[in-house]
Design a binder for this molecule. Structure first.
Ligand SMILES: Cc1ncc(COP(=O)(O)O)c(C=O)c1O
Length: 391
C-alpha cells in the first residue's frame, strides 16, 4: 500500500471539503434507505431552462457546433455580455479585450484568485461567505481576512470594520451582493463607502454579481458605477442563476484587460473554453426577450415570503426577510446544540436538508434555499416547525 499522503500537494490537502455537499450526500443516503427528503440545501433554481434557450443550443448541436471555440469565448457571446453589463450598469466594456467567457462563474472566481494572488497577499471577505471565498485564496498561499456582515445590519458589512482590517498586504476585496448565503443586498451607500475604501487603499474588488437579477426590493447596484471603480473591479457573473442554467456551465468575467489577460492565460491551461453549444444558448439567453427572468424573479419573491412566514413560527429561529438571491438565513438557538447538530437533526427527524451556517463561516445560523416548489416549501415549513417544537 502506497503512502498516499506523500503524493497529495499541501495546497489541495489544505482545502476543506465543500460542506454543502456533505449534507447532500447524507440526504442521499437517507433517500436510499427509503426516506423522503425535501432538498433545500442546494443553490440551484428548480425551473427548467427556458425553451428558446434550449432550442438555440439544440440547433447549434444539430448544425455541428461541437468544436473548441476561441479560448476567450465566442465573439458574439462576448458582445452580448458587454452589452448586458452596459444595459445594467451604464458602464461600457470592450467585448474583445475586457470580457472572458468561463466554465461557470466558479471558474471565473478561481481564475481571478489564480491570476492575482501571490503567497502572503491578503483577501478581505465578508462573513457569512460563499465557501469558495473562504477557502480558495489559501490554495494560492494567500490569507483570508474576514469582516463581519452582522445580522443587525441585515447582513451588510460595517465599512469602519473593514477599514480596520486593511493592511499593507491587502490586495483584494471580495463583494458578493446579493449575497450567498444570507440573501442580503448591500445598501447603495454602504457599497459606495466600500468602494471608497478600495480606492483609498488601492485594492482590486472582485464583485460576484451572480444573483444580480434576484433583487426583490429596488434594483441591483454594481460597484463599477462608483467613481474610480471601473479600473479596479472585476465583475464575476454567469448564467446559472438568472436563466436556470446551472448545468450548462457558462460564466464570465468583465474588467480591465490588464487583469483579464492573466486570467485568460490560466483559463487556457485549465478548461480552454466553455462548451460551444452552451455558449450559443447563452447568446440567446442574453440577447432575447428577458420576460423569463421576470417570471422567475416574481416566483422566487413569492416563495421567499412563504418560507419566511413559516420560519418566523419556528421555535428557536429568528428569521430576517432576505432581500435577494434565493436563500433564507435564520439564526438558530437551541441549548446544547450547534447549527451542525440542528441541521443533521432536521435532516433525520424532519427529512429536510439544509446547510449549517458554520459551512459559511457563521455558526449559529442555517441556510435554506427556497428555489424549490411551493408544495415542497410548505411541507418543509410544517416539518421544521413540528421537529423544532420537540426539542
Ligand atoms: C456566490 C456564488 N458565486 C458563484 C457561484 C458559481 O456558480 P456557477 O459556477 O454555477 O456559475 C455560486 C453558485 O452557487 C455562488 O453562489
Amino acid at each position: 500500500m502506497l503512502n498516499w499522503d506523500k503524493y497529495v500537494s499541501k495546497a489541495s490537502a489544505g482545502l476543506l471539503e465543500f460542506g454543502i455537499r456533505k449534507i447532500f450526500e447524507a440526504a442521499q443516503k437517507l433517500e436510499a434507505q427509503g426516506s423522503r427528503i425535501i432538498h433545500l440545501e442546494l443553490g440551484r433554481p428548480d425551473f427548467d431552462t427556458p425553451c428558446h434557450i434550449k432550442n438555440a443550443a439544440i440547433s447549434a448541436l444539430e448544425a455541428g457546433e461541437v468544436h473548441y471555440t476561441s479560448n476567450w469565448g465566442l465573439p458574439a457571446l462576448r458582445e452580448a455580455i458587454a452589452s448586458y453589463v452596459q444595459r445594467k450598469t451604464g458602464v461600457s466594456y470592450n467585448p474583445h479585450t475586457e470580457t472572458l467567457v468561463t466554465v461557470g462563474g466558479s471558474e471565473a472566481v478561481f481564475l481571478a484568485f489564480a491570476a492575482l494572488l501571490d503567497p502572503g497577499d491578503e483577501v478581505l471577505v465578508g462573513v457569512p461567505a460563499y465557501p469558495t471565498y473562504l477557502n480558495v485564496p489559501q490554495f494560492f498561499g494567500a490569507r483570508v481576512v474576514s469582516f463581519e456582515c452582522p445580522v443587525h445590519l441585515n447582513f451588510a458589512p460595517d465599512p469602519d470594520d473593514i477599514r480596520k482590517k486593511v493592511s499593507e498586504r491587502t490586495k483584494l476585496l471580495v463583494l458578493n451582493t446579493p449575497n450567498n448565503p444570507t440573501g442580503s443586498v448591500y445598501p447603495a451607500d454602504v457599497l459606495e463607502e466600500l468602494c471608497r475604501i478600495a480606492c483609498e487603499n488601492d485594492l482590486i474588488v472582485l464583485s460576484d454579481e451572480i444573483y444580480c437579477e434576484l433583487v426583490y426590493e429596488g434594483t441591483h447596484v454594481s460597484p463599477v458605477v462608483f467613481p474610480g471603480m471601473r479600473q479596479r473591479t472585476i465583475i464575476l457573473n454567469g448564467l446559472s442563476k438568472t436563466y436556470s442554467m446551472t448545468g450548462w456551465r457558462v460564466g464570465y468575467a468583465v474588467g480591465p484587460a490588464a487583469l483579464l489577460t492573466p486570467m485568460y492565460k490560466v483559463h487556457q491551461y485549465n478548461t480552454a473554453c466553455a462548451p460551444s453549444f452552451c455558449q450559443i444558448g447563452a447568446i440567446t439567453a442574453l440577447t432575447s426577450d428577458q420576460s423569463c427572468v421576470d417570471v422567475m424573479r416574481n416566483e422566487f419573491k413569492r416563495r421567499r415570503d412563504l418560507i419566511t412566514s413559516y420560519l418566523n413560527q419556528v421555535k428557536g429561529f429568528t428569521a430576517p426577510t432576505p432581500q435577494g438571491a434565493f436563500y433564507a438565513f435564520p439564526r438558530v438557538s437551541v441549548p446544547n446544540m450547534s447549527d451542525v447538530d440542528v441541521a443533521f437533526y432536521l435532516l433525520e427527524k424532519a427529512g429536510v436538508a439544509l446547510v449549517p451556517g458554520s459551512f459559511f463561516g457563521a455558526p449559529g445560523f442555517l441556510r435554506l434555499s427556497y428555489a424549490s416548489s411551493t408544495e415542497n416549501l410548505k411541507s418543509a415549513g410544517e416539518r421544521i416547525i413540528e421537529a423544532m417544537a420537540q426539542l
